[in-house]
Design a protein around this ligand. Structure first.
Ligand SMILES: [Zn+2]
Length: 130
């Protein structure tokens, strides 16, 4: 991968991260304004709770995404030679794929074989490390 490509991916990661952080600030504020305490009758409470559950599921998803981005940024900065190599087969991940998913750690064939067999041979057991 060229320095320019790495730079582009690095900028993209930073931008995506900033957007996620901004979205989070907005969502937290929205949650604080939500009428939890002022729900007028008990019929409204389950809806409010459901909304909160959805919001916190989104928060978790967003935090996981930020962590993935941070992880990708660290790999990119600390080990640019290995960034973009598939963690399973070691082949370079196409730059096109990285531009869309800069935090991808495997190439499309490896990713899809993992999706087809989520509990297959790709998943290591603790005993494999002994
Ligand atoms: Zn691969």
């Amino acid at each position: 991968m060229t320095v320019a490509e790495l730079q582009t991916l690095h900028d993209g990661l930073l931008r995506a991260r900033a957007e996620l952080v901004d979205a989070g600030a907005f969502e937290v504020k929205a949650e604080m304004d939500s009428p939890v305490a002022s729900a007028r009758d008990e019929d409204e409470a389950p809806l409010v709770e459901m909304g909160q559950a959805i919001a916190s599921a989104r928060n978790i998803e967003r935090i996981e995404r930020i962590q993935k981005i941070d992880d990708a940024l660290r790999r990119l900065v600390e080990n640019p030679d290995e960034y973009g190599l598939c963690s399973r087969c070691g082949e370079p991940i196409p730059v096109r794929r990285l531009a869309l998913m800069p935090f991808a750690t495997s190439c499309v064939p490896c990713q899809s074989s993992r999706e087809v067999t989520p509990h297959g041979p790709g998943r290591r057991k603790i005993t494999d490390y002994r």
